[in-house]
Design a protein around this ligand. Structure first.
Ligand code: GTP
Ligand code: MG
Ligand code: ZN
Length: 368
């Protein structure tokens, strides 16, 4: 085993040189619980696992949580003290993020440095082209390749499976789709082809679609299942509760993820335009350059919907995504203002303290 098996490459190595001089070693985050990280490294040709804490400097220099080490990140590990310490995080070559749950505008990095993000769905009730569209936008934004796996094909008629795969392809962008069944061991060829030395495949999708089952199958072992019992229902359904990075000896790195209940946009206008390039082209024909594509006179997009050139669903998705991005911007701006206000207040407090100190010094000064 070498670091390359863990996804190491020349770009990381070049960035790491100064850290090497300080006696630190490269390691990859395999799971994190915000307090400490579990890391993988290579020692004497073997993969070694260890826990490490974050150096205060790394913590304080991170402006947002998204900058802290996440699963898949490469870090500089200092093993010289009593405790293993993460001294730095290397630049991410890709990241798969979402908006943190709830009302914040914070980005949450789900997996760093994934070569490919595999979105798992099924041909049944989970299948939702609009949601997939969002996933694909998020993946593209983060710089990873995307792939859609429609799993549990054994539970649905073949026609339905083919129809669903076709609907995914219709989303455009040349996204790779495959139909799988873990139960019947079918459709794994495409996935296996992506399992090359150093390639990181991150699995995502709703809870219960079979991400862990697929990963188990690729590993060929059962250990992912053990001890994982749904804490909420206690029914023994093996719900994944943490992200985990697993290295296959034959090549390939797999990242399991807990199911995502809400995919919220973490993207910008560029990505949106990319995913809706066809609509953008139509928009160029709108009469007004600031057309809102609603009831505006001479809107080419509405005309395309009415003329059957564009599906109403895709049009709605387009409008909704724009709304969400506007909302995200508003939140980001608000947060920025809060930060500035806070900084100003801290500044005032510091200035007042300095003033007080000066007065005290003056009072204490020996007088002639
Ligand atoms: N019939 C059938 N069942 C499957 C298949 N793949 C997975 N399952 C079953 O679906 C259930 C959920 O699978 P998991 O792998 O735990 O799903 P998950 O996506 O990891 O779920 P979370 O960890 O909650 O996000 C399990 O009972 C699996 O046995 C399949 O191809 N066919
Ligand atoms: Mg799971
Ligand atoms: Zn328009």
């Amino acid at each position: 085993m070498t670091l390359q098996h863990l996804g190491w490459n020349e770009t990381f190595a070049a960035e790491f040189e100064p850290y090497l001089e300080r006696g630190w070693t490269p390691a990859r985050v395999s799971s994190d619980n915000k307090i400490s990280c579990r890391l993988l490294g290579v020692e004497d040709g073997r993969i070694e696992e260890c826990d490490a804490v974050l150096a205060g400097k790394v913590y304080h220099e991170a402006e947002t949580d998204a900058e802290l080490p996440a699963v898949g990140d490469w870090v500089a590990l200092d093993k010289s003290g009593d405790e293993n310490v993460i001294r730095a995080r290397l630049h991410r070559q890709s990241r798969f993020s979402r908006k943190a749950p709830g009302n914040s505008s914070e980005e949450q990095v789900i997996v760093a440095n994934a070569s490919r993000v595999v979105v798992v769905t099924d041909p049944g009730t989970d299948f939702n082209p609009r949601r997939l569209e969002r996933y694909l936008a998020l993946i593209a934004r983060g710089g990873a390749e995307a792939m859609v796996v429609v799993n549990k094909s054994d539970l649905h008629p073949a026609e339905r499976c083919v129809e669903v795969a076709g609907a995914v392809r219709a989303l455009g962008g040349g996204v790779e789709v495959c139909l799988t069944s873990v139960l019947e061991n079918k459709g794994f060829k495409a996935l296996k082809q992506h399992l090359k030395k150093g390639a990181t495949l991150a699995f995502t999708g709703s809870s219960g679609v079979g991400k862990s089952a697929l990963i188990n199958h690729l590993i060929g072992e059962e250990w992912l299942w053990t001890g994982e019992v749904n804490e909420v229902t206690g029914k023994g359904r093996h719900t994944t509760t943490a992200r985990d990075l697993l290295v296959l000896p034959r090549g390939g790195i797999l990242v399991d993820n807990p199911g995502i209940r809400e995919v919220q946009m973490w993207t910008d206008e560029d990505t949106l335009r990319g995913r809706f390039a066809d609509i953008d082209q139509i928009a160029a024909r709108c009469r007004h350059h600031d057309c809102g594509h609603g009831r505006d006179a001479g809107c080419a997009i509405r005309a395309a919907v009415e003329g059957g050139e564009l599906s109403p669903e895709r049009y709605k998705a387009f409008l909704k995504l724009e709304d969400e991005i506007q909302e995200l911007r508003r939140r980001r701006k608000k947060r920025q203002m809060t930060l500035e206000r806070r900084a100003k207040r801290d500044h005032k407090i510091k200035a007042r303290n300095r003033e007080d100190r000066r007065e005290i010094e003056w009072e204490l000064k020996p007088r002639p």
